[in-house]
Design a protein around this ligand. Structure first.
Ligand code: OAD
Ligand code: ZN
Length: 263
Protein backbone atom coordinates (compact mmCIF):
# COMPACT_ATOMS: atom_id res chain seq x y z
CA UNK A 1 0.00 0.00 0.00
CA UNK A 2 1.52 3.29 -1.06
CA UNK A 3 2.48 5.47 1.86
CA UNK A 4 -0.72 7.57 2.01
CA UNK A 5 1.05 10.83 2.54
CA UNK A 6 4.23 10.37 0.55
CA UNK A 7 2.89 12.87 -2.02
CA UNK A 8 2.39 15.65 0.50
CA UNK A 9 5.16 18.26 0.19
CA UNK A 10 7.13 18.53 3.44
CA UNK A 11 6.65 22.32 3.55
CA UNK A 12 2.87 21.85 3.47
CA UNK A 13 2.93 19.11 6.11
CA UNK A 14 5.00 21.34 8.39
CA UNK A 15 2.78 24.37 7.73
CA UNK A 16 -0.27 22.34 8.75
CA UNK A 17 1.49 20.99 11.83
CA UNK A 18 2.50 24.49 12.97
CA UNK A 19 -0.58 26.44 11.85
CA UNK A 20 -2.50 28.30 14.50
CA UNK A 21 -5.38 29.33 12.23
CA UNK A 22 -6.50 27.33 9.19
CA UNK A 23 -9.32 28.01 6.75
CA UNK A 24 -10.85 25.13 4.83
CA UNK A 25 -12.69 26.51 1.80
CA UNK A 26 -14.79 23.92 -0.03
CA UNK A 27 -16.84 23.55 -3.19
CA UNK A 28 -18.99 20.86 -4.75
CA UNK A 29 -15.98 18.58 -5.34
CA UNK A 30 -15.72 17.80 -1.62
CA UNK A 31 -19.20 16.21 -1.81
CA UNK A 32 -18.58 14.45 -5.14
CA UNK A 33 -17.46 11.24 -3.43
CA UNK A 34 -20.70 11.24 -1.46
CA UNK A 35 -22.48 10.90 -4.79
CA UNK A 36 -23.66 14.49 -5.05
CA UNK A 37 -23.34 16.05 -8.49
CA UNK A 38 -21.03 19.02 -8.90
CA UNK A 39 -21.99 21.90 -11.15
CA UNK A 40 -19.46 22.12 -13.92
CA UNK A 41 -18.00 18.65 -14.25
CA UNK A 42 -18.73 17.93 -17.85
CA UNK A 43 -20.34 14.50 -17.66
CA UNK A 44 -21.70 14.27 -14.17
CA UNK A 45 -22.25 17.95 -13.39
CA UNK A 46 -25.74 19.19 -12.71
CA UNK A 47 -25.32 21.69 -15.46
CA UNK A 48 -24.75 19.06 -18.08
CA UNK A 49 -28.42 18.19 -17.68
CA UNK A 50 -29.97 21.45 -16.60
CA UNK A 51 -29.41 25.07 -17.45
CA UNK A 52 -28.74 26.26 -13.91
CA UNK A 53 -28.78 29.86 -15.06
CA UNK A 54 -32.39 29.19 -16.05
CA UNK A 55 -33.22 27.54 -12.73
CA UNK A 56 -31.13 29.18 -10.00
CA UNK A 57 -32.55 32.70 -10.30
CA UNK A 58 -35.33 34.68 -8.56
CA UNK A 59 -36.91 35.28 -11.98
CA UNK A 60 -37.09 31.54 -12.68
CA UNK A 61 -38.78 30.95 -9.33
CA UNK A 62 -41.28 33.73 -9.97
CA UNK A 63 -42.24 32.40 -13.41
CA UNK A 64 -41.93 28.61 -12.79
CA UNK A 65 -42.00 27.99 -9.02
CA UNK A 66 -42.92 24.33 -9.45
CA UNK A 67 -39.97 23.58 -11.77
CA UNK A 68 -37.47 25.39 -9.52
CA UNK A 69 -38.87 23.94 -6.29
CA UNK A 70 -38.96 20.46 -7.87
CA UNK A 71 -35.29 20.77 -8.89
CA UNK A 72 -34.19 21.73 -5.39
CA UNK A 73 -36.33 19.01 -3.80
CA UNK A 74 -34.63 16.49 -6.11
CA UNK A 75 -31.25 17.85 -4.97
CA UNK A 76 -32.36 17.79 -1.32
CA UNK A 77 -33.43 14.15 -1.66
CA UNK A 78 -29.94 13.37 -3.04
CA UNK A 79 -28.34 15.05 -0.01
CA UNK A 80 -30.58 13.31 2.51
CA UNK A 81 -29.64 9.95 1.01
CA UNK A 82 -25.92 10.79 0.90
CA UNK A 83 -23.35 10.22 3.63
CA UNK A 84 -20.34 12.40 4.49
CA UNK A 85 -17.16 11.02 2.91
CA UNK A 86 -13.56 10.70 4.17
CA UNK A 87 -12.84 14.31 3.15
CA UNK A 88 -15.67 15.70 5.28
CA UNK A 89 -14.53 13.47 8.17
CA UNK A 90 -10.89 14.55 7.81
CA UNK A 91 -11.92 18.21 7.81
CA UNK A 92 -13.96 17.62 10.96
CA UNK A 93 -11.02 15.76 12.55
CA UNK A 94 -8.67 18.62 11.67
CA UNK A 95 -10.53 20.82 14.18
CA UNK A 96 -9.12 18.62 16.99
CA UNK A 97 -5.54 19.41 15.97
CA UNK A 98 -5.61 23.03 14.84
CA UNK A 99 -6.21 25.75 17.47
CA UNK A 100 -8.44 27.73 15.11
CA UNK A 101 -10.19 26.05 12.16
CA UNK A 102 -12.83 27.83 10.08
CA UNK A 103 -14.80 25.85 7.51
CA UNK A 104 -16.24 27.98 4.70
CA UNK A 105 -18.31 26.24 2.07
CA UNK A 106 -20.06 27.14 -1.18
CA UNK A 107 -22.08 23.95 -0.85
CA UNK A 108 -25.73 23.94 0.14
CA UNK A 109 -25.60 20.43 1.59
CA UNK A 110 -25.08 19.68 5.30
CA UNK A 111 -22.39 17.01 4.93
CA UNK A 112 -19.76 19.06 6.76
CA UNK A 113 -22.09 19.33 9.74
CA UNK A 114 -23.06 15.66 9.57
CA UNK A 115 -19.32 14.80 9.66
CA UNK A 116 -18.99 16.86 12.87
CA UNK A 117 -17.78 20.25 11.65
CA UNK A 118 -19.28 23.18 13.55
CA UNK A 119 -19.67 26.87 12.79
CA UNK A 120 -19.60 26.20 9.05
CA UNK A 121 -19.98 29.42 7.03
CA UNK A 122 -22.38 28.68 4.17
CA UNK A 123 -21.68 31.36 1.55
CA UNK A 124 -24.41 30.12 -0.81
CA UNK A 125 -27.05 29.18 1.75
CA UNK A 126 -28.48 25.76 2.52
CA UNK A 127 -31.00 23.33 1.06
CA UNK A 128 -32.14 22.77 4.64
CA UNK A 129 -33.19 26.35 5.35
CA UNK A 130 -36.27 27.09 3.24
CA UNK A 131 -37.92 30.44 3.83
CA UNK A 132 -40.91 32.41 2.66
CA UNK A 133 -40.34 34.18 -0.68
CA UNK A 134 -42.39 37.15 0.62
CA UNK A 135 -42.10 37.62 4.40
CA UNK A 136 -38.80 35.68 4.68
CA UNK A 137 -40.16 33.62 7.60
CA UNK A 138 -38.01 30.46 8.05
CA UNK A 139 -39.98 27.29 7.27
CA UNK A 140 -39.50 23.76 8.59
CA UNK A 141 -39.57 20.77 6.29
CA UNK A 142 -42.26 18.52 7.69
CA UNK A 143 -40.99 15.44 5.91
CA UNK A 144 -37.67 13.64 6.05
CA UNK A 145 -36.86 12.46 2.51
CA UNK A 146 -39.01 14.37 -0.01
CA UNK A 147 -41.41 12.09 -1.80
CA UNK A 148 -38.62 10.68 -3.98
CA UNK A 149 -38.87 13.34 -6.70
CA UNK A 150 -37.24 12.14 -9.88
CA UNK A 151 -35.18 14.55 -11.91
CA UNK A 152 -37.23 17.16 -13.64
CA UNK A 153 -40.52 16.54 -11.80
CA UNK A 154 -42.52 19.66 -11.07
CA UNK A 155 -43.47 20.17 -7.42
CA UNK A 156 -45.57 23.11 -6.24
CA UNK A 157 -43.73 24.90 -3.42
CA UNK A 158 -45.50 24.79 -0.04
CA UNK A 159 -47.27 27.87 1.32
CA UNK A 160 -45.67 29.99 4.04
CA UNK A 161 -47.04 29.10 7.47
CA UNK A 162 -47.24 32.81 8.28
CA UNK A 163 -48.46 34.61 5.18
CA UNK A 164 -49.36 31.90 2.68
CA UNK A 165 -46.89 32.98 -0.01
CA UNK A 166 -44.69 30.47 -1.83
CA UNK A 167 -41.79 28.98 0.15
CA UNK A 168 -38.40 29.21 -1.62
CA UNK A 169 -35.17 27.25 -1.19
CA UNK A 170 -32.74 28.80 1.32
CA UNK A 171 -29.98 29.03 -1.29
CA UNK A 172 -28.30 32.06 -2.91
CA UNK A 173 -29.44 32.50 -6.51
CA UNK A 174 -27.59 34.24 -9.32
CA UNK A 175 -27.94 37.96 -8.85
CA UNK A 176 -28.56 37.68 -5.10
CA UNK A 177 -26.08 38.78 -2.47
CA UNK A 178 -24.33 36.39 -0.11
CA UNK A 179 -25.49 36.18 3.52
CA UNK A 180 -23.62 39.02 5.25
CA UNK A 181 -22.67 37.15 8.43
CA UNK A 182 -21.21 34.18 6.53
CA UNK A 183 -19.31 36.42 4.12
CA UNK A 184 -17.86 38.66 6.84
CA UNK A 185 -16.78 35.63 8.88
CA UNK A 186 -15.18 34.08 5.81
CA UNK A 187 -13.28 37.22 4.87
CA UNK A 188 -12.03 37.74 8.44
CA UNK A 189 -10.87 34.12 8.67
CA UNK A 190 -9.13 34.24 5.27
CA UNK A 191 -7.32 37.47 6.14
CA UNK A 192 -6.07 36.16 9.50
CA UNK A 193 -5.10 32.58 8.74
CA UNK A 194 -1.71 30.89 8.38
CA UNK A 195 -2.97 28.33 5.87
CA UNK A 196 -5.98 28.12 3.54
CA UNK A 197 -6.95 24.79 1.95
CA UNK A 198 -9.10 25.24 -1.17
CA UNK A 199 -10.82 21.89 -1.72
CA UNK A 200 -13.03 20.81 -4.61
CA UNK A 201 -13.89 24.16 -6.14
CA UNK A 202 -13.39 25.40 -9.69
CA UNK A 203 -12.50 28.81 -8.19
CA UNK A 204 -14.63 30.53 -10.84
CA UNK A 205 -17.53 32.03 -8.91
CA UNK A 206 -17.05 35.39 -7.19
CA UNK A 207 -17.07 36.76 -4.60
CA UNK A 208 -16.43 33.33 -2.99
CA UNK A 209 -13.38 32.71 -5.20
CA UNK A 210 -11.85 35.86 -3.71
CA UNK A 211 -11.11 34.09 -0.43
CA UNK A 212 -7.87 32.31 -1.44
CA UNK A 213 -6.66 35.58 -2.99
CA UNK A 214 -7.34 37.41 0.29
CA UNK A 215 -5.43 34.74 2.21
CA UNK A 216 -2.47 35.03 -0.18
CA UNK A 217 -2.50 38.82 0.12
CA UNK A 218 -2.39 38.45 3.90
CA UNK A 219 0.70 36.23 3.65
CA UNK A 220 -0.93 32.84 4.23
CA UNK A 221 0.08 29.62 2.51
CA UNK A 222 -2.60 28.37 0.08
CA UNK A 223 -2.90 24.73 -0.96
CA UNK A 224 -5.44 23.43 -3.45
CA UNK A 225 -6.91 19.92 -3.63
CA UNK A 226 -8.56 19.12 -6.93
CA UNK A 227 -8.15 16.44 -9.61
CA UNK A 228 -8.24 19.20 -12.23
CA UNK A 229 -6.50 22.52 -12.73
CA UNK A 230 -8.27 25.75 -11.81
CA UNK A 231 -7.40 29.46 -12.14
CA UNK A 232 -6.00 29.23 -8.59
CA UNK A 233 -3.21 26.87 -9.72
CA UNK A 234 -1.01 29.75 -10.81
CA UNK A 235 -1.04 31.37 -7.37
CA UNK A 236 -1.45 28.51 -4.89
CA UNK A 237 1.76 27.38 -3.14
CA UNK A 238 0.70 23.74 -3.53
CA UNK A 239 -1.63 22.01 -5.99
CA UNK A 240 -2.43 18.47 -4.85
CA UNK A 241 -3.91 16.65 -7.83
CA UNK A 242 -6.50 14.15 -6.74
CA UNK A 243 -9.77 13.39 -5.03
CA UNK A 244 -10.41 15.06 -1.70
CA UNK A 245 -11.48 11.84 0.03
CA UNK A 246 -8.13 10.29 -0.90
CA UNK A 247 -5.85 13.23 -0.23
CA UNK A 248 -7.31 14.67 2.97
CA UNK A 249 -6.61 11.70 5.29
CA UNK A 250 -3.04 11.60 3.95
CA UNK A 251 -2.65 15.33 4.52
CA UNK A 252 -3.60 14.94 8.17
CA UNK A 253 -1.28 11.94 8.55
CA UNK A 254 1.60 13.91 6.98
CA UNK A 255 1.25 16.46 9.81
CA UNK A 256 1.24 13.70 12.41
CA UNK A 257 -2.51 14.10 13.05
CA UNK A 258 -4.39 10.86 13.39
CA UNK A 259 -6.76 10.40 10.42
CA UNK A 260 -10.52 10.25 10.99
CA UNK A 261 -12.11 7.01 12.10
CA UNK A 262 -13.80 5.31 9.16
CA UNK A 263 -17.43 4.58 10.13
P1 OAD B 1 -17.93 23.26 -9.65
O1 OAD B 1 -18.77 22.18 -10.20
O2 OAD B 1 -17.77 24.56 -10.41
O3 OAD B 1 -16.44 22.71 -9.43
C1 OAD B 1 -16.26 21.49 -8.77
C2 OAD B 1 -14.76 21.28 -8.65
O4 OAD B 1 -14.54 20.08 -7.90
C3 OAD B 1 -14.07 21.10 -10.01
O5 OAD B 1 -12.92 21.93 -10.05
C4 OAD B 1 -13.70 19.62 -10.02
O6 OAD B 1 -12.46 19.40 -10.70
C5 OAD B 1 -13.53 19.34 -8.55
N1 OAD B 1 -13.73 17.94 -8.14
C6 OAD B 1 -14.50 17.01 -8.74
N2 OAD B 1 -14.42 15.84 -8.04
C7 OAD B 1 -13.59 16.08 -6.97
C8 OAD B 1 -13.12 15.31 -5.88
N3 OAD B 1 -13.48 14.02 -5.75
N4 OAD B 1 -12.28 15.88 -4.98
C9 OAD B 1 -11.90 17.19 -5.13
N5 OAD B 1 -12.32 17.98 -6.14
C10 OAD B 1 -13.16 17.43 -7.04
O7 OAD B 1 -18.45 23.56 -8.17
P2 OAD B 1 -18.08 24.80 -7.26
O8 OAD B 1 -16.67 25.27 -7.47
O9 OAD B 1 -18.46 24.46 -5.87
O10 OAD B 1 -23.10 28.71 -6.73
O11 OAD B 1 -19.10 25.93 -7.82
C11 OAD B 1 -19.11 27.18 -7.13
C12 OAD B 1 -20.52 27.72 -7.24
O12 OAD B 1 -20.95 27.74 -8.62
C13 OAD B 1 -21.57 26.87 -6.55
O13 OAD B 1 -21.61 27.11 -5.17
C14 OAD B 1 -22.84 27.38 -7.21
C15 OAD B 1 -22.37 27.48 -8.66
O14 OAD B 1 -22.96 28.59 -9.30
C16 OAD B 1 -24.42 29.03 -6.49
O15 OAD B 1 -25.30 28.22 -6.65
C17 OAD B 1 -24.63 30.44 -6.05
ZN1 ZN C 1 -44.56 34.43 4.43
Amino acid sequence: MKNPHQDIPATLARALQEARRVVVFTGAGVSAESGIATFRDALTGLWSRFDAQALATPEAFRSHPDIVWGWYEWRRAQVLRAEPNAAHRAISQLARHVPGLTVVTQNVDDLHERAGSTGVAHLHGSLHAPRCSACEAPQIFADGIPSEPEEGRRIAPPACTRCGSAVRPGVVWFGESLPGDAWNAAIHAAEHCDLLLSIGTSALVYPAAELPQRALAAGAMVAQINPAATPLDARAHHNLRGAAAEIMPGLLASAGFEPPQTP
